[in-house]
Design a protein around this ligand. Structure first.
Ligand code: NDP
Length: 452
């Protein structure tokens, strides 16, 4: 048998194996479409690896990787301002602790269910290992909607949530952090409740804490900054950069705000951002101070921006944000926000790079459009790993009972993102793009999306 024939046979066997594992996942986890999507994406990207290392077909590695170590669901009762008892559902998926304690954020959003939490926990496992730090994968949250809740309601809910969650977490077991709807304020309430129940000061049990009680400088900025550092590496490999470019960012939360800030520092003009109601377009460049005040301080809607900036326009609904011509697109809001149609629009308007600040913001069809068009594509597991990387640095500082200065953490973050980029390029060169395993990409720039 020729070498080529052997390679083709091994690739076919790898495809069959991956397909079998995927079908079992679908049967075992019915209706969990987001989870299926995340698993499919990873499994397909692993075909060239399994083809090259047939031993992985024999030892059931994929069967173990797709199954979480455990999924915990629990009741979260709390009393609203009218004195009425409300009941939400809490989740924690402890996905994989092969290389360290479970680590991953908590999301408070009405869309949260087992499928969302499992997709996030699954992705987190790969992202965390890519940072090079000793952290396993986990994720959690609740279908609680923080929007419109009073401070008292938020406090009572988060305390009730932690009253159950505390049994399963700890600095060496499972270390949650923030995500959509969970920032330093919510982490603070949870940390206080954990401390009360445990009767001890275990700073390393949560990350994303306030600076005054064990938080790390640069953690707030880390995911957004990290995504821009990663995209910058991709651009530089193609001999271009952020300087003079036009950027569109979706979202106006933690990730979006600091992605916008770093892109602007690198010389880009950010012309649009959004929230879950709609988006703003400011052709002169978004005034980030206004966005930060509206979203971080006043917690109001992005539509308010145009009252202070009459040259800007507000458009109800989020999808069309991707019709704005730009050189670089940074989706930083939520999953599946760029579908095939939006991806085609971005490509026809000349987008050169897409960096995923959010988790799984591009559908599988959208990713194909980007890859076929030769757009530089920074997948979430690589591009948004800066947040969890600095969370791990927060854990280190807590263990040492010591705090690094902002620039020390930021320098480490920058180095970690460069390393993630280098690892990604190396993997792409070794294995090629899925579906094309025998031909490694010819340039580093064309190979920046190895994990898809
Ligand atoms: P935030 O809650 O701070 O902000 C989320 C932003 O996205 C808000 O502007 C929100 O609008 C908007 N948004 C939420 N849901 C939707 C929706 N269905 N459609 C359109 N817009 C929506 O969250 P983060 O910035 O922390 O997280 C954003 C993404 O980044 C998520 O995918 C998260 O998993 C991912 N991520 C976050 C990390 C972190 O460190 N925070 C780390 C790695 C990934 P509104 O104001 O109306 O709610």
């Amino acid at each position: 048998m020729s070498t080529l024939q052997t390679m083709n046979n091994q690739e076919a066997a790898a495809r069959d194996y991956v397909q079998d594992v995927f079908e079992t996942v679908v049967i075992r986890n019915p209706h969990e479409v987001e989870f299926h999507q995340a698993v499919k994406e990873i499994l397909e990207s692993l075909v060239p690896v399994i083809a090259k290392h047939p031993k992985y077909r024999q030892n059931g590695i994929l069967e173990r990787i797709v199954e979480p170590e455990r999924l915990i669901t629990f009741r979260v009762p709390w009393v609203d301002d009218q004195g009425i008892v409300q009941v939400n559902r809490g989740f924690r998926v402890q996905y994989n602790s092969a290389i360290g304690p479970f680590k991953g954020g908590l999301r408070f959003h009405p869309s949260v269910n087992a499928s969302i939490i499992k997709f996030l926990g699954f992705e987190q496992t790969f992202k965390n290992s890519l940072t090079g730090q000793p952290i396993g994968g986990g994720k959690g949250g609740s279908d609680f909607d923080p929007k419109g809740k009073s401070e008292g309601e938020l406090m009572r809910f988060t305390q009730s949530f932690m009253t159950e969650l505390y049994k399963y977490i700890g600095p060496d077991t499972d270390v949650p952090a923030g995500d959509i709807g969970v920032g330093a304020r919510e982490v603070g309430y949870m940390f206080g409740q954990y401390k009360r129940i445990r009767g001890g000061y275990e700073a390393g049990v949560l990350t994303g804490k306030g600076i005054g009680y064990g938080g790390s400088l640069a953690r707030t900025e880390a995911t957004g900054y990290g995504a821009v550092y990663f995209v910058n590496e991709m651009l530089e490999a193609r001999g271009i950069g952020f300087e003079g470019s036009t950027v569109v960012v979706s979202g106006s939360g933690n990730v979006a705000i600091y992605a916008m800030q770093k892109a602007a520092q690198f010389g880009a003009k950010v012309v649009a951002c959004s929230d879950s109601n709609g988006y703003i377009y400011d052709k002169d460049g978004i005034d980030l101070d206004t966005v930060r005040r509206l979203k971080e301080v006043e917690r109001s809607r992005i539509s308010e921006y145009v009252k202070e900036h009459p040259n800007a326009v507000y458009v109800e609904g989020c999808r069309n944000i991707w019709s704005i011509p730009c050189d670089i697109a940074l989706p930083c809001a939520t999953q599946n926000e760029i579908d095939e149609t939006s991806a085609k629009l971005l490509v026809s308007n000349g987008v050169q790079a897409v960096g995923e600040g959010a988790n799984m913001p591009s559908t599988l069809e959208a990713i194909d459009v980007f890859l076929q068009a030769g757009v530089l594509f920074g997948p979430a597991k690589a591009a948004n790993a800066g947040g969890v990387a600095v969370s791990a640095l927060e854990m280190s500082q807590n263990s040492m009972r010591y705090s690094w200065r902002f620039h020390e953490v930021d320098d480490k973050l920058h180095e970690i993102m460069k390393n993630i980029y280098r690892q990604s390029v190396n993997a792409a060169e070794e294995y090629g793009h899925p579906g094309n395993s025998s031909s490694a990409p010819t340039s580093p720039a064309s190979s920046a999306s190895p994990m898809r």
